[in-house]
Design a protein around this ligand. Structure first.
Ligand code: MEV
Length: 423
């Protein structure tokens, strides 16, 4: 007999309110524990539409990293994230980089690809399928009518046979304009699979988009006089040289590259979450790109020439501004409005700039005095809260912890006691 708390098989059929009531009974929840995930009644209703067995909403902090200058436009970038340093780091980097003229970005058209994997294919299947490209194109035309009106649509196809499995894989490329594209790509893939199987008498293993998004690339770069970068007792040019070396470290050493790129994703994933984009899809694309030559490497690149540090990033960033939860969830609409309601390509360019900013901020601190003093300062407000500080006490306790360098629960409790006893 398995241990643990069993929920009824009908759980998913209950309303969110009924499910929450049941959780109180079965898990012995306190009212304040329930409140933490309550949201508004509208958000709870929305949660039920969005996922099965919804029991609440997860209120992740939404911060605004403002002062980004991207392609001569000032942007405030909403970031949804639980990690204290992310918004602070983005704002810090944005301010320094703005003084050097800001970020310059570019992107490819938003082309996504689906894959149809076929079994039991005859030996000339590749040629037979390729010869039917016009028929395939005509067949998916009605599915793409909306996209074509907005300038997107079919952008070609190719067919390969995989060496080990013998599977024939058809890849269809579509410009999805403002969508992330998963729904339309999957519809196209299934529709074409049916046509090809009927024509050639082969079988479909599966038909689905690839999240690799290798044709949907965004880039960002900046240039800064190195002299402005001095910190932690090091001159600006020493810091710049160390940033260049830090990136070569990430290029040469996979373990460092994972952390280096995680820092970049602190910004990109937070922007994706704030706009209700598919964070997992974007992360899968980015990490696969980082390993595209067989070794997992840095997504960013830095150079120091004639006293000027240039930083750049390039990655697939399949952000959408319509479809899925984007533009449907009120929090996503709020975030997009703060961004000036960009189109999908512009949003991906903003994401590239934010990722580069995060990386620059992390490296600037890491090769200078290290990140821990800044992180612990931010961590101290959490310790204060956990110790029971509220309102103005939080800043007071945090300040005392930072001063005494007692970054632990005892230090916070002691600081709170002192404040409350007026010492
Ligand atoms: C922490 O969330 C991110 C960093 O570890 C990134 C890095 O090491 O480059 C600071």
């Amino acid at each position: 007999m398995a241990s643990g708390i069993e929920l009824p098989a009908s759980f998913r059929k209950l309303s969110a309110v009924e499910r929450r009531r049941l959780l109180v009974e079965r898990f012995g929840l306190e009212p304040q524990e329930l409140d933490a995930t309550a949201g508004s009644s509208e958000l709870l209703e929305l949660a039920q539409i969005m996922v099965e067995s919804a029991v609440g909403v997860m209120p992740v902090p939404l911060g605004l990293a403002h002062g980004f200058l991207i392609d001569d436009v000032v942007r405030s970038v909403p970031l949804a994230v639980e990690e204290p340093s992310v918004v602070a780091a983005a704002g810090y980097a944005a301010a320094i980089i703005r003084r050097g003229g800001g970020f310059f970005t570019s992107a490819t058209d938003p082309i996504m690809t689906c894959q149809i994997a076929l079994t039991n294919c005859r030996s000339d299947a590749e040629q037979q399928i390729t010869a039917r490209e016009q028929q395939i194109c005509r067949r998916i035309d009605p599915l793409l009518a909306g996209m074509q009106r907005r300038g997107g649509g079919f952008r070609g196809m190719d067919v390969t046979r995989l060496a080990r499995t013998g599977l024939v894989v058809v890849r269809i490329h579509i410009d999805v304009r403002d969508a992330m594209g998963a729904n339309i790509l999957n519809s196209v893939a299934e529709n074409c699979a049916e046509f090809i199987c009927n024509e050639l008498g082969c079988n479909r293993l599966m038909a689905i988009l690839t999240n690799a998004a290798e044709r949907r690339i965004a880039r960002a770069e900046f240039a800064l006089p190195a002299a402005r970068l001095g910190r932690g007792g090091l001159s600006g040019s020493e810091i710049a040289e160390r940033i260049v070396l830090a990136t070569r470290f990430a290029d040469e050493d996979g373990q460092r590259a994972v952390t280096h790129n995680k820092g970049i994703m602190n910004g990109i994933t937070s922007l994706a979450l704030a706009t209700a984009n598919d964070t997992r899809g974007i992360e899968a694309a980015v990490h696969a790109w980082a390993a595209r030559d067989g070794s997992y490497r840095s997504l960013t690149h830095y150079e120091l020439n004639a006293g000027v540090l240039t930083g750049s990033i390039e990655a697939p960033l399949p952000f959408g501004v319509v479809g899925g939860a984007v533009g449907f969830h009120p929090a996503s609409r709020f975030a997009l409005k703060l961004l000036g309601n960009p189109d999908a390509v512009t949003l991906s360019r903003i994401a590239a700039a934010v990722g580069l900013a995060q990386n620059f901020a992390a490296l600037h601190a890491l090769v200078g005095e290290g990140i821990q003093s800044g992180h612990m300062r931010l961590h101290s407000t959490r310790l204060a809260w956990s110790a029971g500080a509220r309102g103005a006490e939080v800043a007071g306790v945090a300040e005392r912890i930072a001063r005494t360098r007692c970054f632990n629960a005892e230090g916070a409790a002691e600081a709170l006691r002192s404040i409350r006893s007026g010492q």
